[in-house]
Design a protein around this ligand. Structure first.
Ligand SMILES: [Zn+2]
Length: 302
C-alpha cells in the first residue's frame, strides 16, 4: 500500500510539474545587420525518465505512520529532452533565421523537445552543450566557432549528441576538416532561388510519408563534392536538375542526408533558404517542415 501511495504521488507530480518546473557566402544577397537572438527557450513537455524505482527511496519500516512524520519524498525530476538552437553567423546572415527559430520551437513543442535558442554571444562550450540531447545549426554561415567551441562540438556529437544541420551550416568552417566530416559536404555555389522537383532517394525512417517526388521553391546548393559515401551516410533526397536552371552536380545531386558520427547522429538538409520554408501555409513548402520533423524524429529514435 505504501508503494502505491508513493507511486501515485510521483505520477501526480510528473503530470503536473514535468516540464521545466524547474565565401561566396550567398553573394546574391546583401548581408543584413546581425540581429541579436534573445533566449526564449521554451520548456517543452519533456520526456519522463522511467527510473521511478531508482529515484524514490521507500521506507519500509513497519509501523510507520503519518503521525510519526513521513520521510521527505525525493523524486528525481524527469529528464528534460532539449536541443540547443545555434544561429550564430560570421559574415552573411540569412534573413530566414528568425522564421526558422520560430518553426523549430513549434516543431519541438509538437514532438516533445524543448528548442532552446542559444544567444549568439554566449560561449558554445561543453557546459552549454551538455544539458541537451542535440544541437541545431541553423544556417550558421562562416567561421562561427573558435577553437575551444570546435572541440566541444565534436566531443558532444561523438559522445552521443544529435546534430540537425540546416542549409548554410554547409557554408561554414571551410578550414576545419572535422566539421566537414560532420556536415558531409561544403557549399560551392547556387543559382537564383527557384522551384525545382525533389526526389526521395531512399526508403528511410527520415523519408517515410513524403511523396516520392514533390516541387518546392528554395535555393539549390551545389557542393564542392558529393558527400563522402564511406561510412553509413545515406542520401535521403535529391533535386532533379532537369527541373530548374543552374544546377551543377548532375543526376546525383544530393539535398539531404544522414549519418552517424561516433555515438552521435547527424541530419543535414540543404533546403531552408526562404522564410516560407518555415511557415506552414498548406502548400508544397510544408513538405520542408515535414522533412525537418522526420529528421528530428530519426535523430531522437533509440
Ligand atoms: Zn541561402
Amino acid at each position: 500500500m505504501r508503494v502505491a501511495s508513493v507511486r501515485a504521488v510521483w505520477i501526480a507530480c510528473a503530470m503536473g510539474c514535468t516540464a521545466a518546473a524547474d565565401t561566396d557566402v550567398d553573394a546574391t544577397e546583401p548581408a543584413p545587420a546581425d540581429s541579436g537572438v534573445a533566449d526564449s527557450g521554451v520548456a517543452g513537455s519533456g520526456v519522463a525518465d522511467s527510473g521511478v524505482a531508482d529515484s524514490v527511496p521507500l521506507d519500509t519500516t513497519p509501523g510507520d505512520s503519518p503521525d510519526e512524520g513521513r520521510p521527505a519524498l525525493e523524486v528525481t525530476p524527469p529528464k528534460r529532452t532539449s536541443f540547443l538552437v545555434v544561429s550564430r553567423t560570421a559574415g552573411y546572415r540569412h534573413t530566414c533565421i528568425e522564421a526558422g527559430q520560430d518553426a523549430l520551437i513549434a516543431l519541438g513543442t509538437a514532438e516533445g523537445v524543448a528548442m532552446d535558442l542559444h544567444p549568439d554571444a554566449d560561449r558554445l562550450d561543453q557546459s552549454a552543450l551538455s544539458p541537451h540531447a542535440g544541437i541545431v545549426l541553423l544556417s550558421t554561415t562562416g567561421d562561427f566557432l573558435d577553437g575551444e567551441e570546435q572541440a566541444s562540438l565534436v566531443e558532444f556529437i561523438e559522445s552521443g549528441g544529435r546534430l540537425l544541420a540546416v542549409h548554410a551550416a554547409a557554408d561554414a568552417e571551410y578550414d576545419w576538416p572535422q566539421y566537414r566530416a560532420l556536415i558531409g559536404a561544403a557549399f560551392a555555389r547556387h543559382p537564383a532561388t527557384q522551384p525545382a522537383e525533389i526526389v526521395v532517394a531512399t526508403d528511410h525512417p527520415a523519408t517515410a510519408g513524403l511523396p516520392t517526388r514533390f516541387t518546392r521553391t528554395d535555393e539549390w546548393y551545389d557542393f564542392q563534392a558529393l558527400p563522402d559515401a564511406s561510412g553509413d551516410r545515406v542520401v535521403l533526397l535529391r533535386v532533379d536538375e532537369a527541373t530548374y536552371e543552374g544546377g551543377g552536380m548532375g543526376a546525383l545531386h544530393p539535398v539531404a542526408w544522414v549519418h552517424s558520427a561516433g555515438d552521435g547522429r547527424v541530419f543535414y538538409t540543404a533546403m531552408g533558404h526562404t522564410a516560407a520554408s518555415y511557415e506552414a501555409n498548406g502548400g508544397a513548402d510544408d513538405y520542408f517542415l515535414e522533412h525537418m520533423r522526420l529528421g528530428l524524429r530519426w535523430l531522437l529514435a533509440p
